[in-house]
Write a protein that binds this ligand. Sequence first.
Ligand code: 5AD
Ligand code: SF4
Length: 464
Amino acid sequence: MSRSFFIQTVGCQMNVLDSELLAAELCRHGHETAESLRCADIVLFNTCSVREHAEEKIYSALGRLKNAKDYNPRKIIGVVGCMAQKDGQLIFRRAPHVDLVVGPGRFHRLPELLDAVAKGRGPCLDVSLDRADGDKRAVRESFVPFTPWRDGPVRAAPHQAMVRIMSGCNQFCSYCVVPGVRGPEQSRPAVEIIDEIRRLADGECLEITLLGQTVNSYKDVSGRKTIVLADLLEMIDAVEGLRRVKFVTNHPRFMTGALLEAVRDLPKVSPYLHVPAQSGSDSVLRRMKRGYDAAAYREMIDRIRLTIPGAAVTSDFIVGFCGETEEDFQRTADLVRSARFKNSFIFKYSPRPNTKAAELYADDVPDSVKRRRNNELLAIQNAVSLEDNRPYEGRTVEILVEGPSKTARKRNDGSSQLVGRTACDRIVVFHGPRELIGRIIPVRIDKVDAFTLFGSYGNSMNAG
Ligand code: 5AD
Ligand code: SF4
C-alpha cells in the first residue's frame, strides 16, 4: 500500500547519502515523498551517535511525536541509522510509540519491515551483530552494504552526487562509535562504483564526492589486480561528462605518495583533502589511538604542500579529550597556526558508551574548559582562513553553481544571490540568474571573509 514518507536526517554526509538511497528505495516500492514530517504517513529519523548532543536531539524530536498517532492512526515512526544500531531496544523503552528500529547495516530490509509494521506486525527491530555477538565473518555479513541505484529526483542537486566507495571502519579510535555502529571496513568493487558514476555522469551530474569513513584506505581485492584509491581516481577521471571528483574523509595513515600524485596529476580530481588531525599533542593522540604522532602529521602536511601546491587541506579536532592539559591544547593550537588548514571542524569531546576512551579514561576536562578551548581554536583557525582567503580578492575562480545562497533561501523571494564552490571547496556567493545553477562558471572575487568569497559574474568581469 502506497504511503507518504518524510526522512529527517542528522549527522554526516554518509547519513545524507543513506537518506537519499532510502528515499529511492521507498519510491521504488511505491511510496511517495511527503512535504513535511507532520503530514507524512511514515516518519523516519536517520540518526547520528557520534556525540551525545545529536542523540538527545533525536529523543526530544521523538518525544514531540508522542501523540502523532491520535491525528493519523496510519502514522509509522521509525528510527534508523547509527543510533538505531547503538541503542536498539532501548529506543522502544524510551519512546514506546516508535514502530521501527533499523541499523545502517540492515537498510536493505527497510521496505519489507515497513510493510510488516503497516500490516500490524510491529514493532520491528533489525540491527547488525555486535562485535561480541559472533565471529568476524558473521559480524561482517550482518552489515550489508547499502548501495542501491537512485534516480535524479531524490538527490538535492542533479549536478552533484555522493557515491559510497566503502562502508564501516577498522580504525577504532578510542573516542569513536563508528566502528561499532557501521561495522568492519568493506570496500565496494571498483566496477560497481564506475558503473554508478557513469550512469550519474550520463545524467546531469558534474561533480562526484566519494564517501568512506577512511576513504583513502579503499582497497578492492575482488579482481585479479588490487585497486587502491589512486587507481580508482584514475578510472573515475576517465569517465566522460564528469568534471570534478572529491573524496572524504581521509585518515593521515593512508596518505600515500601515489594518492597525492594522483590528486596532482588527474585533472578532474579536486586539490582538496579533508584529513583530520584530531589533536596536536602526542600523548593525546596516543590515548586517542590515532596511530600517528604530531611530527608524522606535520610531515604529511609538508608532503601535501610539496606535491600539490595550492591544495586546500581541512581538518577535524576534538578539544577537551580525557586528560588534555593546557600544554596539550597549546600543541593543537600550534598545529592549527602552522598547518594552515582551509577550515577546521572543532568538537568538544563527548564520551560514548562502548568505546575504549569511555572505558579507560575519565572525562576530566570541565565543560567550561572544553568550551573555551573550542572558541580559542576556532578563533585561531578563523584568522588563518581569513589570511589565506585574502589573496583571492581580485582573482577569478571557477565555481560549480550549487543553488540559491542561504540568504536567498531564507528570504524565499526569488532573490538572485547564488552560491557555488571552487574545486578547492571554497564557498563563493554572487548575484546571477538562476539558469546558472548546475553550471561551472568563472566568478571574479571582490571581497572575502574567513568563510566565504564574495564575487561577481557577468559583463563587469574581465575573465576569459
Ligand atoms: N566526541 C567528540 N567528537 C567526536 N568525533 C568523533 N567522535 C567524537 C566524540 N566522541 C569527531 C571527530 C571526527 C568527527 C566526524 O567527529 O573529530 O573526525
Ligand atoms: Fe571514527 Fe577513527 Fe574510524 Fe574516523 S577513523 S570513523 S574517527 S574510528
